[in-house]
Each structure stands twice: as structure tokens, then as C-alpha cells.
Design a protein around this ligand. Sequence first.
Ligand code: HEM
Length: 494
Amino acid sequence: MWLMTIAAGIVTLLLLTWLRDYMKRWRMPPGPFFWPIIGNIYLFSGRMYITFIDLAQKYGDVFSLKMGMTDVVVLNSLDAVKEAFVKKGVDFAGRPKILSNEILTEGGKDIAFTDYSPTWKLHRKLFHGAIRGYALGQNLQTKVHESLEDTIAEFSKMEGQAVDLEGYIYKLVYNVICSTAFGVRYNMDDEDFITLMKISKDMTETLGQGLLADVYPSLRFLPSPALTAFRKMTEQSLTILQRHLEEHRETFDPSNLRDITDHMIKAQKDAEEEGIQDINSLTDTHLRQTMNDVFAGGTDTTIWTLRWANLYLAAHPEIQEKVAAELDSVVGRDRLPEMSDREAMPYTEATIHEIMRMGSIAPLSLPHATTVDTTLSGYQIPKGTWIMPNLWALHHDPDTWGDPDVFRPERFLDEDGKPIPKPAALMPFSAGRRACPGDAVAKAVTYLLLGGLVQNFRFSIPEGEGPPDLTPDEKGGGAACVPYPYKVVMTCRK
Ligand code: HEM
């Protein structure tokens, strides 16, 4: 009898919670029916950014879903993203407070996954300073050129073979970003390189599919292989970064700042001496987390962009030849492309825009959360609601682009081949307070690396293979658009 009473009590509680949520939905953006406990969780799998486009046709550009019992609002149009992230910036600048973010950020001490707060603002400001000092201009160009020279020598040895370049592109990008962040360069067989590359791939897959404990927080106390693996991966990569931080501290010289890590150590020492900052916001954990922001934020994103670049150019030889011809006429073949050449290469620049549009490597950006009760498109959005901007939808909207599924760099040029103002709907780096602070580095690195590779090699699809599959790999889930594994054949141009 008492068992039946408990069961009836649970069912009544569930129904009341569901009814409360259902009533709340009246003033929120519309959305599909949701079930008690699971909500619409089945919609958050695979290439969900494409599912969301279908849902927007039925419910409008701004619609609500329930991820388990959490409210999620999806933004599918430029107007909605602009209203939320630009016009009402602070209201929409939070991050969800979930277990995976807490683990990754060691309790909210990073930039990317930490909620909107004074500490987040301080670290973003320091990050910008460090980027300006060490990760742009001549410094960056030198690091890219050093890494490119290695890669060009490696690629030349593989001429004519069908190769999957993934590992080589990892190494190339790691060597640019890691040397800028903490002065390290890797060989393919370095233990740290192999560990970090594996963690990066496994992490993308885990976060792409989502952790159940993020949706149902009470599950954090139950044994879960995915959660255990996630904790282990985080610990492993932070241990490597901590080692670099300690080495930097031992050899630190304030008159010779070598990289972003040195810059952060100096900021910490200045704060200690001047006593002007809350020193609890600049602990070693914060420094290690900023190193991770540069490493994790800068490597995967750039690698995925280059992977798409390689694939799209191999699939469109006529476009690749136009980029190569521009490089020939502006740079020639005796030196690598430099930042000062960039302005004279509108076709290459347009091709990079088109790769970023078609690839949309961060299809749903990073999830935001509302910091207060607010409104959007006339609907009420309670504090703590997850906000997912569908950047993929903005980049593939037929009303904006006409032929969104065609790879056509010319859409960014006028009839004379000159650049047109960049359409506002192109936002691979998102917008507003949380927009990617590494965008200038990312654009410069992509331009220098892609330019150097196309100047030296022709990339083509292996003979006898049909057109490549340009659909993003489902494994990336909603977190990342990455191509399925593919091979290309390289021919030296020189
Ligand atoms: C093609 C390359 C890149 C793309 C497409 C990209 C895209 C993005 C996107 C979409 C976000 C989320 C913005 C939001 O929440 O609204 C982001 C955040 C971030 N990115 Fe990038 N990114 C790239 C490269 C980089 C690089 C090179 C760095 C570091 C040098 C970097 C560091 C960060 C950081 C620290 C954040 C978190 C910002 C915050 O939460 O305040 N990214 N990026």
C-alpha cells in the first residue's frame, strides 16, 4: 500500500512540475510538445543545427526546447542573434552552470566556459592584452613561417601519394598556437603531442554528444564511464599546461617576455606588487586556465577550418587554381606569404570567408545563458535559460545567400573582383560580449597557413574516387562541424 502511495506521490510531483513548466512556456518562445523529465532531449543529437532549421520553419526563428528539464531557446536568424548578443549583450552573456563547465574550468576560472562576472571580464581583458603583445604581427608571422617550413618539407616527401593529412595539420597548428602560448613546438612522435591530440578528438566527441550529468545534475553522483573519462582527459591536459607554467616561472625574466604565459605571469606579479587587483582572481589556476583558453580555443578551431579548406579546395580545383594564381602574382614563389600581402589578395580572403561560412565549424557557437529575466522578439526569457545561436542557419540561409550550398568565394567580391562589405550574417566567431577574442589570430593564421600550403602544393582528390562527402561528421554533434576522414594527393607547384 505504502509503495503505491509513494509511486502516486512521485507521479503527482512530476505532473505538477511538468504543468508548471508548461504554463511558463506560454510567455516563452513557442516550441514542440515536451515530455515530463526527458523534455525534447531526443532532438539534441547528431547534426542538431539542421534539425533546428526544420523546427524554425514550424515555430519561428526563435523557439524553445526542453533539454531534459532545462529551458533552451534557439536563435535561427540574424535579427534574433543581433537583438540578443548585441542589443541586449549583458542579458545574454552568461554561460550555463553545468558540471562539464565546472570540471573544465576548475570551478569557473577560465574565460570560455565561465559565467559572466568581474573575474571573467578581468581575464578577457588580460587575454586581449596578451594577444596584442605576442600573438599578432611579426611575432605570429615568424612562428607560422617556422612551422610551415617543416610541414612543406614533410609534405614534399609524400608527393603523389593519397594521404590523410589530419595528423600533420594538427602538428602544424599546434606548433603555431603552442609556441605562441607557452613556447613549445612538437614532433609527430612527442608524447605530449600524441596525448593532447587524442584528448582533443575524444573531448570533441564527448562534448558533441553531451554529458548526461549536464542535463540531469543529480547523475553526477552515479558512476559514469563518460564522466570519468572526461575528468581524466581534463586532468591530463591541465597537468601538461601546469608543467609549462612551472618551467616558465623558473626561467621568467620581466625584461624578456617570450609568450602569452610570460605575459600572464607578469600580470600576476604586477597585481601582487601594486595591490590593485583582487589577487584571488589571478591565482596559478587562473593562469593555467588562460593557457588552456588559448590552447583549446585556438587549436581545434583552426585545425577544423584548415581541414575544410583542404577538402573544399581539392573538391573545387578551379577555385584552388585562382587562389594559387593570386599568390603567384602577389607573392611569387621565392618567399612565403606575409601579412603585408593580405590586402592585395581579395580572392584568397574571399575563399577563406567562404570556407568559414560553408564549414561553420562552431555550428551552435558555445551555449550562452541569460544572466537576468529578459525578453527577446517580444517573448519572455527567464534567467538561466540556455541560448543556442544557430550560426549554421545564418550561414546557410537562402534569403541571405541565394545559393547557400554552393561553394562560391565570388559572393564576397564585386564584379571587378574587389571585396564587398562583409555580410553581417557571416559570423563564424559569433557576436557581442562573448564573441571569440581570438578572431584576429585565427584569421591571420588561417590566411598565412593556407596561403603557404596552396603556394607550394596542388591538393586533389585521389584518382578514381568520386566527389568527396562534404556533409559534416555526425560525431561532432552540435559542438563541432568537422569533415569525415578523407585523403588528398599533393603535387609540388615549385
Ligand atoms: C577559425 C578559428 C576560430 C573560430 C571559428 C572560433 C569561434 C569561436 C566561437 C563561435 C566562440 C563562442 C562565442 C560565443 O560564445 O558567442 C569562441 C569563443 C572563444 N574563442 Fe574562438 N574561434 C576560433 C579561434 C580562436 C583562437 C585562435 C583563439 C585563441 C587565440 C580563440 C579563443 C577563444 C576564447 C578564449 C573564447 C571564449 C570567449 C568568451 O567566452 O568570452 N578562438 N570562438
